[in-house]
Design a protein around this ligand. Structure first.
Ligand code: NAI
Length: 466
C-alpha cells in the first residue's frame, strides 16, 4: 500500500478554508490539514459556526472534517509531516516605507517561507495560493535555497480564482485551474502532482500550465479586468444620470455584443472586497517599478473611478435630501461588499457610512450575514450608529434607505410597510439597482437609482445650497 499523501495549507481564511475543504471532499485518500496563527479562527473552523459564511460550505466541511480534513494551530507539526504546502496567508497592501499604499506587504509570506525552511526535513512542494506580485516565487526559492541543503523545495504558483459568495461552486466547477512552474525536471514533476489532484474533479483541458511569472501575473490581470468592467459601467452611469439615458438599457444593448458578453455589467455604488483594489495597486506598482507610467496611470484610473462613484453616491444623497443630513436617520440596507457573503473588507458601505456620519446622520446598519464584521469595520468611528438584523426594525423611523448590498431578500421586502414606518418625505437610494423603482415611486418613495432618472414627488426646481 502506498503512503498517504499529506497536504498542508497555511492560512485558514476565505481562500484557505473553502479551497482545502473542497480538495479534502474530492480526495478522501489525501490528508488535508489547515493551520493558522489565529487560534480563534481555528476554533471556529472546528465548531458548528464556521468563521466565514459561504453558501454550501457547511455541508462540504461537515462531510470531510475529522475524516481527512483537519484544522489546527500546530504549524510546525503540519509542515514536518506534509508533502505539499499551500500558502494562502493574507497579502495586504504595504502601509509603510517604499511602496506604501501600493505594493504588496510580503512580510507574512516571507515569515512563512522561513518557517517552512526551518521545520522541513523532507522534500516539499510549495504552492503559492495567495495572490502575489510577479516574481515572488523566485524570492521564495532564494530563501529556501539559503537554508541547509538536506531538503529540496519546489515552488509552484496556483492562484485562486474563486469569488466569495460562490466559492464552493467555483471550486467544484472552476472555469480554469492555473498552475505555474519552472521547466526543470523537479518543477515538471511537482506540477504534474498538483495537476493530478485537480484532475480528480476538473476536466484536464481546463487545467492550464504556464511559467511561474505568467501564472502570478494572470491573477492580477484577471482581477484588474473584472474591476475595470465595473468602473467602465459606473463611469457611464454618471453620464446617464446627466442625460436621459438609462444604464440598464445601455448595458443590455452593449452586453449583447458577443465580443463583450453580458456578465459583470451592473452599475452600482462601487466595487469592494479584499482583492480588487489591492491587486490593481499591486499591478500599478509593478508597472511604475518597470518605468511603465502610462500603463500604471491607465489602471490607476479604475480605482479612481471607484472612489468617485462612492463619493458621488454620498453627494447625491446630500443634495437630494435638502443639503443636510444632520440628525437624519439613515438605514444602510446591507453592509457586505456583495451578496451571499459576510465579508465586509473594502465594502463601499464602509466609506458611505463614514461619510454619512461626518454629515452627522444617525445610521442604522442591517445585514443578514455581515453585522459582526460591520461592527468591526466601524468601531472607533465617531458618530451615531446602531445595528440590527431585522430590516423592518432598521428602516423604522428613517428618513432614507441606502441599499448597499444586492441581497435578493431585500428586493422582496414589504416596501408598503417600510414606507408607512418612515419619516416623510421618504427617500430610497438604490446602490445596486435591484429594487422595483416604479413600484417604490407608486408607494410614495422618492427613488434614486444609479445611472437612471430619479423618480421624485417634488415637481419644483431643486434647491441650490449646501
Ligand atoms: P484572510 O485574511 O481571510 O486569511 C489569511 C489567513 O492567514 C488569516 O487567517 C491569518 O491569520 C493567516 N496567517 C497570516 N500569517 C500567517 C502565518 N505566518 N502563519 C499562519 N497563518 C497566517 O485572507 P484571504 O481572503 O483568504 O486571502 C488570502 C490570499 O488569497 C490573499 O493573497 C488574497 O489576495 C488571495 N485571494 C483571495 C480571494 C478572496 O476572495 N478572498 C480570492 C482569490 C485570492
Amino acid at each position: 500500500k502506498t503512503r498517504q499523501m499529506k497536504i498542508l495549507c497555511i492560512g485558514a481564511g476565505y481562500v484557505g478554508g473553502p479551497t482545502m475543504a473542497v480538495i479534502a471532499s474530492q480526495c478522501p485518500d489525501i490528508k488535508v490539514t489547515v493551520v493558522d496563527i489565529n487560534p480563534e479562527r481555528i476554533a471556529r473552523w472546528n465548531s458548528e459556526r464556521l468563521p466565514i459564511y459561504e453558501p454550501g460550505l457547511d455541508e462540504v466541511v461537515r462531510s470531510a472534517r475529522g475524516r481527512n480534513l483537519f484544522f489546527s494551530t500546530d504549524i510546525e507539526a503540519g509542515i514536518r509531516e506534509s508533502d505539499m504546502i499551500f500558502v494562502s496567508v493574507n497579502t495586504p497592501t504595504k502601509m509603510f516605507g517604499t511602496g506604501a499604499g501600493m505594493a504588496a506587504d510580503l512580510q507574512y509570506w516571507e515569515k512563512t517561507a522561513r518557517q517552512i525552511r526551518e521545520c522541513s526535513n523532507t522534500p516539499k512542494i510549495i504552492v503559492e495560493k495567495s495572490t502575489l506580485p510577479v516574481k515572488t516565487a523566485q524570492a521564495m526559492k532564494r530563501i529556501f535555497d539559503a537554508g541547509n541543503h538536506k531538503t529540496r523545495f519546489t515552488v509552484l504558483s496556483n492562484p485562486e480564482f474563486l469569488a466569495e459568495g460562490t466559492a464552493v461552486n467555483d471550486l467544484k466547477h472552476p472555469d480554469r485551474v492555473l498552475i505555474g512552474s519552472d521547466t526543470s525536471p523537479a518543477g515538471i514533476r511537482a506540477r504534474e502532482s498538483l495537476v493530478d489532484i485537480y484532475a480528480r474533479w476538473v476536466d484536464r483541458d481546463r487545467i492550464l500550465t504556464t511559467n511561474i511569472w505568467s501564472s502570478e501575473l494572470s491573477k492580477l490581470v484577471a482581477n484588474a479586468f473584472l474591476a475595470q468592467r465595473i468602473s467602465s459601467v459606473n463611469a457611464i452611469s454618471a453620464l446617464c444620470e446627466k442625460t436621459d439615458a438609462d444604464i440598464a438599457e445601455v448595458t443590455r444593448a452593449v452586453g449583447m455584443d458577443s465580443r463583450l458578453g453580458s456578465k459583470f455589467l451592473n452599475a452600482s455604488v462601487g466595487f469592494g472586497g479584499s482583492c480588487f483594489k489591492k491587486d490593481i495597486l499591486n499591478l500599478v506598482y509593478l508597472c511604475r517599478y518597470y518605468g511603465l507610467n502610462e500603463v500604471a496611470d491607465y489602471w490607476e484610473g479604475v480605482i479612481r473611478i471607484n472612489e468617485y462613484q462612492k463619493e458621488r453616491f454620498v453627494v447625491n444623497m446630500l443634495g437630494n435630501m435638502f443639503h443636510t443630513l444632520s440628525g437624519k436617520r439613515i438605514c444602510l440596507l446591507g453592509f457586505a461588499f456583495k451578496a451571499h457573503t459576510g465579508d465586509t473588507r473594502e465594502s463601499p458601505g464602509i466609506y458611505i457610512a463614514k461619510r454619512l456620519m461626518e454629515e452627522r446622520a444617525k445610521l442604522v446598519v442591517t445585514d443578514p450575514e455581515a453585522l459582526e464584521n460591520a461592527r468591526f469595520e466601524l468601531q472607533g468611528v465617531e458618530g451615531d450608529v446602531c445595528y440590527t438584523e431585522d430590516p423592518y426594525a432598521a428602516t423604522d423611523g428613517c428618513d432614507a434607505v441606502a441599499l448597499m448590498t444586492e441581497w435578493p431578500q431585500y428586493a422582496a421586502l414589504d416596501f408598503d410597510r417600510i414606507f408607512r414606518s418612515m419619516a416623510q418625505p421618504a427617500f430610497i437610494f438604490d446602490g445596486r439597482n435591484i429594487l422595483d423603482h416604479a413600484k417604490l415611486y407608486t408607494i410614495g418613495f422618492n427613488v434614486f437609482p444609479i445611472g437612471k432618472p430619479a423618480l421624485t414627488h417634488f415637481h419644483d426646481e431643486p434647491s441650490i445650497g449646501g
